[in-house]
Design a protein around this ligand. Sequence first.
Ligand SMILES: O=C(O)CCC(=O)C(=O)O
Ligand SMILES: [Fe+2]
Length: 378
Amino acid sequence: MAAAIQTPPIPTSRNDLSTFDEARKGAYAYLQSRLTHKPAASNEPFEIPVIDISSSFSSSLLDRQAVADKICAACTTSGFFYITNHGVPLPTCATMLGEAKRFFKSLNPEQKELMHLRNSKVGMGWEPKAYTSIAGDTETKEGFNFGYEAALDKTGGDGLYRNIDGTNVKGNQWPREEELPGFFENMREYYSELLQLARHLFRLFALSLALPEDHFDSMTTHPGGTVRLLYYPPAKTPSPFSSSNSASSEIGLGAHSDYECFTLLLCSASSGLEILSPSAKWTPAPPVPGSFIVNVADFMMRFTNGVYKSTVHRVVNRAAEERYSVPFFFSVNYDQVVETLPSCVSEENPAKFPPIRAGEYVLQRFSNTTEGGGGYGA
Ligand SMILES: O=C(O)CCC(=O)C(=O)O
Ligand SMILES: [Fe+2]
């Protein structure tokens, strides 16, 4: 039975540093504990589950619950799975990867510079390689981020969107239409599809957590949802993954866990993503055609009281081909104050975390990735 939760006062601004620090330190401690954990000599084979979600679109609750149960099994172990038959048209996915390539290859440095991440207080725009870093390593990736706008939402939204810093100024920086004709329209098409899929998945997450299916609906009316286009150059000295090789000096993206609720990842045919398995072994997560990779992120772990596991992962392009990927980081509405879910609290497992506004949590995590905090929300 759920025990009554004693809730401390809800933080109202970034000035409440205790909650802010708690979020940052908690995430750092989690990453370190996953990276340094030496598992007992278990050689249990670990396979990343592939979940066909076609019957989650059925009108039968039993069918939907059956998919949710598979999601629950994955989230309580590795927090990482593939989904197939997700309903997003495959040509839309192929176009998106093509657009990622067009963005990185056809814009010149001056055009990219005009959209530099440093112009944005909310983390949107172009990330030159090495501008952001997880652990101070020089990362080879180059990126471009954009977030929620009502124009990207098929539902039109409810007009209440707030950025991570609580403002409602337009955070996105787009290339000019004449520089990259059709780019915005293709981003809109992809984003709106992913937004609907993410809302659908949140309903499955609700069922998986023994909550009413519509539990998260009102929290995702104007959600935080960031698309990141990523480019990783080919390896200078290609060599396939083996359990004994390390991240090497050509780290694409350092070991980390994602910040928001969950991530839906689309990637090109070239591998490179590696995840830390439940027994703390680096394990490649190769592309599965037609799928999205789903991983639980830190905010979901927090709000499930640690029941759902946030997956530590990294990218090392060990191949002679370049790699493109497009993660979609999905959150609840950034102005939503989130408390531990009642179904994840019991007398044996009391709430571990104070309530926090979703945007505040993400802002704190994000400001840690750039030297001096990148000026986010300042
Ligand atoms: O490029 C990838 O495959 C993963 C990207 C990622 O983990 C991230 O951007 O957080
Ligand atoms: Fe990630």
